[in-house]
Write a protein that binds this ligand. Structure first.
Ligand code: ADP
Ligand code: MG
Length: 700
């Protein structure tokens, strides 16, 4: 194996991790910094200067001339504003980076969306170092920049970013779990939420992309007839990865490994030209930052290969959209709480967590739905092969039976002896192979983790994960409340639970399950019957972004976020406003783009075809030829009807845009598209100005 191909050689070389800390900092400082990182504690200000000095030397050794506080503003992407290390001291140039530069920044960030939290005249925003996500080097063709992951907040302390609420939600869950685990007799430990984010994306040749103003401006195709071949044969999924794509993937992985991102799995996805990258899971905050870097890297490396990486949720109609499956779990003291254990005690913890998640998801399905809402994902949720907009949980048949036994121990049929009762334990045994392969559920238990599949491919993981942590914290707390009230908890030593404890626990879980099992759905989520059944069960089904986002304004949801210190009412209101505005803007941009493409590119092509056909008819009449004229006439009529329809649809679209009506804009765009997609098949291929689906999806 060459040095170049050994992933371990370069893994993390552009990250200020353990090795760099040991090399560039004194022993004492290194120890203090490592403790800060491990325990997520605030940095000891007395070491800030030395840490900054060490980081600068490390970064300069890697070619960095600049540094930036790297943060996640509410735009949904990452933000960076570079400053050089260069300073003039009495006219002499020196390189400098102080402890203060490391810990806080004050970008003039007045143009970031704040949803009314910060008006431009008091535009100060602060970035604060998040030592739990290590500094890294971002390289470009002739230089490099030191990036310091930070949280971004207003002068008043209110969060203006996507990282802060995530960190707060992790703290909230940690607190609730510490309480619950104590009742289980476990020694106090650190909670680690874990995330493995599977990233789906499309690739398209840069030359096609440049000729598609819709892709350039909106990230998705607003026109395009379905090609003769789409994904019917399902021959792309897990197929041989095309050579050009494979070399792109190799480059991506090499970059990611350098950044300490454990890219692990790569494969073709279901739709043509669709692919997936999955890293090995990591602690949530780091994994969430890493996913932002994964998206960034996919985009920049694609350029080098003459490709464009499309991260939009639905770049093409008629084939699968792209998601970002958030595999989430939670470990306590290094042990995954969603791993069904081997002994009764571990089983009890597992079942408690399982019930807590079911309760949380049922109670707050609206918030989970809101966390994945967006103009792009609206085209995906509920569409072909995407999880439906109804949030339900899949646990698999085996686990469903376990839950059934838990809820109704008497009526349950006892299979093999020992599988139901274990010693004094009244809780059922868990089959070890309780994994499932159901792909149609938005929220599936997959062996030792939950896979939230509703998030769209372009989303920042922090939104959905913040909601999940918070709602699970609440359910865990509620169970802890009842356990405490039962008086049966906290008396036993670890591993020695009394029958009274398990009886109390069983009762609590039984009533939780009774109240919330309606959210468990083990059938096929793609079936037309499911939304109807879901409605009968009273599960919410928000079909679009504005209706989904309404959850953020509900009194009980505001109270929940406030109670857990994750977001204040003002912060939540601001987010609601930002998301609604982002949605409206995106729809308006799409509407305007569709209007322009139709008026300036497609209708002229149809008119030219019309003219040519009319001239042919004219010529035929002049020379007195009758054959062919029937066909020509029919074509002319079809083209003419299409022109008439499209023209009036453009007017409708224009009116919708003028009245700022998003629903009307979407309806008008859909109608216009349908007319023009039909016309695409009636106009000579050589004349059609947009690259076609058959080219973009298959030629790369
Ligand atoms: P698939 O769902 O496609 O079968 P895998 O089983 O490979 O995919 O896992 C998907 C993702 O789940 C990977 O990123 C993996 O690291 C992650 N994962 C595995 N265990 C956990 C866990 N305990 N917590 C969070 N993510 C996990
Ligand atoms: Mg998966």
């Amino acid at each position: 194996m060459t040095e170049e191909t050994k992933a371990t050689t370069h893994f993390g070389e552009d990250v200020f991790g353990d090795e760099a800390i040991r090399t560039y900092l004194s022993k004492d400082t290194a120890k203090k910094l490592q403790a800060t990182i491990r325990e997520g504690k605030p940095l000891d200000p007395s070491i800030a200067g030395e840490v900054a000095h060490g980081i600068r030397h490390w970064a300069m050794d890697r070619g960095a001339t600049h540094y930036t506080h790297w943060f996640l503003p509410m735009t949904g992407s990452t933000a960076e504003k570079h400053d050089s290390f260069l300073e003039l001291k009495e006219g002499e140039p020196i390189m400098q980076f102080s402890g203060k530069n490391l810990i806080v920044g004050e970008p003039d960030a007045s143009s970031f969306p704040s949803g009314g939290i910060r008006s431009t005249f008091e535009a100060r925003g602060y970035t604060a170092w998040d030592p739990t996500s290590p500094a890294f080097i971002k390289r470009h063709s002739n230089g490099a920049t030191l990036c310091i992951p930070t949280a971004f907040c207003a002068y008043t302390g209110e969060s203006l970013d996507k990282k802060t609420p995530l960190l707060r939600s992790m703290q909230a869950l940690d607190k609730s779990l510490k309480r619950l685990m104590k009742l289980f007799g476990r020694a106090e430990a650190h909670t680690a939420c874990t995330l493995g984010a599977e990233q789906e994306y499309f690739l398209v040749d840069n030359e096609y992309w440049k000729r598609r103003p819709d892709l350039v401006l909106t990230g998705r195709t607003l026109f395009g007839a379905a090609p003769a071949k789409g994904q019917q044969l399902e021959d792309h999924y897990f197929g041989t990865i095309p050579n050009r794509v494979l070399s792109f993937m190799n480059d991506v992985e090499r970059e990611l490994w350098k950044l300490g991102i454990p890219a692990k799995t790569r494969h073709n996805e279901v739709a043509p030209a669709q692919f997936e990258l999955a890293p090995q899971f990591e602690e949530l905050n780091l994994a969430s930052d890493h996913n932002m870097l994964v998206m960034d890297t996919l985009r920049t490396v694609a350029e080098r290969h003459g490709l464009k990486c499309l991260l939009h949720e639905k770049p093409y109609a008629g084939v699968n959209g792209s998601g970002k499956h958030n595999n989430w779990s939670v470990a306590y003291g290094g042990k995954n709480l969603l791993d069904p254990g081997t002994d009764p005690h571990e089983n009890a913890v597992f079942l408690t967590m399982l019930c807590a998640v079911i309760e949380a998801v049922d109670k707050h399905a609206d918030l989970l739905r809101a966390s994945v809402a967006g103009a792009g994902n609206d085209h995906r949720l509920g569409a072909n092969e995407a999880p439906p907009a109804v949030i339900s949980i899949y646990v698999g048949d085996q686990l469903a039976e376990v839950l059934d036994r838990l809820e109704n121990p008497k009526s349950a049929k006892r299979e093999e002896k020992g599988s139901l009762k274990i010693g004094v334990d009244t809780l059922p045994a868990i089959p070890k192979d309780a994994t499932d392969r159901n792909r149609t559920s938005p929220f599936a238990f997959t062996g030792n983790k939950f896979e939230f599949r509703a998030p769209g491919s372009s989303v920042c993981c922090s939104g959905p994960m913040t909601v999940l942590n918070t709602i699970v914290a609440e359910a865990v707390d509620r169970i802890a409340d009842e356990l405490e009230a039962s008086g049966a908890a906290g008396k036993a030593k670890p591993g020695e639970h009394t029958a009274a404890f398990h009886n109390a626990l069983q009762k609590i879980l039984q009533s939780s399950l009774k109240a919330h099992k309606r959210v468990v759905f083990n059938g096929n989520g793609y079936e037309a019957e499911w939304p109807k059944e879901a409605a009968r069960r009273g599960l919410p089904n928000a079909p679009d972004t504005p209706s989904a986002l309404a959850a953020l304004a509900k009194k009980e949801n505001i109270a929940l976020f406030e109670k857990y210190g994750v977001m204040t009412k003002r912060e939540l209101n601001s987010r609601h406003e930002i998301f609604l505005e982002e949605y409206a803007k995106k729809v308006r941009i799409e509407g305007a783009c569709a209007r322009d493409i139709a008026s300036e590119m497609l209708l002229p092509a149809v008119r030219a075809e019309y003219l040519e056909t009319a001239q042919a008819l004219d010529t035929a009449a002049k020379v007195g030829v009758a054959s062919g004229t029937a066909a020509l006439k029919e074509s002319l009529e079809e083209l003419g009807d299409g022109l008439d329809a499209a023209k009036s649809e453009v007017k409708t679209l224009e009116a919708a845009l003028g009245s700022d009506d998003e629903a009307a804009t979407i309806a008008a765009m859909t109608a216009l598209r349908s007319t023009l997609d039909k016309l695409e098949r009636k106009v000579a291929d050589s004349r059609w100005p947009l690259p076609k689906y058959s080219e973009m999806l298959f030629l790369y």
